[in-house]
Design a binder for this molecule. Structure first.
Ligand SMILES: [Zn+2]
Length: 448
């Protein structure tokens, strides 16, 4: 009998199963061990949830000590998509939810759903759906494993100066205007922001830019900038920004657009950070900015980056902090996402470490898959940039809707906003260089 060489059997990829396990209470070494377990062919990390893929009937052996949140007996990667939680409220989201963290969810789509075009994020953002790559981290929970770093007394004094009652009052003032970029009241809110900045002694400007109008053609709207000139390094700039425009369920409506959470919360946050930081006479320059035109496609922040390029000032920018929706929490568990490109992982970790030290009530998820806010133009221009955002906004019934009022943000607003403001100001103070308040007062009086 001749010996017949049989080809090797094909890999049993069609026989894959997956489980989603809860890694909330796992430390870094335990998470790494699950990923490297012999039963795991590949994995996907989404915050507190770890998807483990392996042979059918075997994969549950990979993490026997973890709670299994879900199991897919017939796992087919080609039907999996990552979905960015943007403004897709107008239509039901296709697919079945498998896992979720921060601003991303993993959904399983049917063959029919995959044949149809998937709904796009608002106004031309094409980033809403992505295929998944094996062995990738989409978002992750910041794990200190060790005790957080001890507070620096000077930074702590800056953090302690944040006044969340004052911040919420500013938020409420802004929410009284219809701040649609297409409407007449945007200019009223802009004038009020200018007055806040000028009252702090900042150098105020409101550069105009054009963006597409609601009926075709171009309209002109304005960003607002309050510039602090650094006491030691005026040519080194830090940008702290958030959009002041708002919308409701129709991005072209000009009425009933209170936008308390989105984004009076972030704009009032910029004002509060300015108020506190000016008292500490930062060594580097800080541009406190409120953008218009965000809701229709980040027009204000793109216009600012273009003007920085045109004026040759882009090279001065050392760091950017963007705040968009910082006041809502669905429960007393305060959750925030900090996101940037993977290039800026040290910057992400600086924010997470600052939260652990100065706002330990905050649970931090980090993401290197950013999208959909005013951080994007700066990231695309190569700048060290981060977005701070609460991560319950997709559970907020009034998101992008005329009910986004101060009252609806709810009982956790000051705790939530305060945690993000304390974290942000700690990092900005570290980067900008600050003087203690006694010196700052002396500086101000000697300058007057
Ligand atoms: Zn927003």
């Amino acid at each position: 009998m001749p010996i017949i060489d049989l080809p090797a059997p094909p890999p049993q990829l069609a026989q894959e199963s997956a489980i989603v396990v809860d890694i909330r209470h796992a430390d870094s070494a335990q998470v790494a061990a699950h990923k490297q377990d012999a039963h795991v062919r590949w994995w996907l990390e989404l915050g507190d949830q770890l998807l483990l893929v392996g042979a059918r009937g075997e994969i549950r052996k990979a993490a026997p000590d973890r709670e299994v949140l879900g199991e897919l007996v017939d796992f087919d990667r080609s039907r999996m998509r990552l979905h960015a939680l943007g403004c897709a409220r107008e239509s039901a989201t296709p697919g079945r939810l498998i896992a979720r963290s921060g601003r991303w969810e993993l959904r399983e789509l049917s063959a029919a759903e995959l044949r149809n075009p998937l709904p796009a994020l608002h106004d031309g953002h094409a980033e809403e759906w992505r295929e998944i790559e094996p062995d990738s981290t989409i978002t992750w929970r910041y794990r200190t494993d060790d005790a957080p770093t001890a507070a620096d007394p000077t930074i702590q004094s800056v953090v302690d100066a944040i006044d969340t009652t004052r911040w919420f009052a500013d938020l409420s003032t802004l929410a009284d205007w219809d701040r649609s970029s297409y409407g007449p009241e945007l200019a009223l809110s802009r004038a009020w922001i200018e007055t806040r900045f000028s009252g702090l002694g900042l150098s105020v400007s409101a550069p105009a830019f054009t963006m597409p109008g609601p009926g075709g053609g171009q309209i002109s709207v304005n960003n607002v900038i309050g510039q602090w000139t650094g006491t030691l390094f005026p040519e080194q700039w830090i940008i702290v920004g958030g959009h002041y425009d708002s919308r409701n369920s129709s991005s072209s409506s000009t009425v009933n657009t209170p936008g308390a959470e989105d984004n009076a919360s972030g704009c009032a946050g910029v004002i509060e950070l300015a108020r506190v930081l000016v008292g500490f006479a930062p060594e580097r320059s800080i541009l406190f900015m409120c953008y218009a035109g965000e809701e229709q496609g980040l027009h204000g922040s793109y216009a600012h980056v273009q003007s920085l390029q045109a004026s040759g000032n882009l090279a001065k920018v050392q760091a950017v902090v963007t705040m968009d929706m910082i006041g809502y929490s669905a429960d007393s568990q305060l959750d925030a996402v900090f996101e940037s490109y993977s290039t800026w992982i040290a910057y992400l970790n600086q924010f997470a470490a600052a939260a652990a030290t100065y706002a330990p009530e905050l649970q931090v998820t980090l993401s290197t898959n950013p999208f959909g806010s005013d951080h994007m133009p700066y990231l695309q221009a190569g700048k060290r940039t981060l977005l701070a955002i609460e991560s319950d906004y997709d559970a907020y019934p009034w998101y992008h809707n005329s009910g986004d009022t101060p009252a609806h943000i709810g009982a956790n607003a000051q705790a939530m906003g305060g945690a993000i403001l304390k974290t942000s100001i700690a990092v900005i103070a570290q980067i900008a260089g600050i003087n203690d308040r006694i010196f700052a007062s002396g500086f101000e009086s000697s300058a007057n």
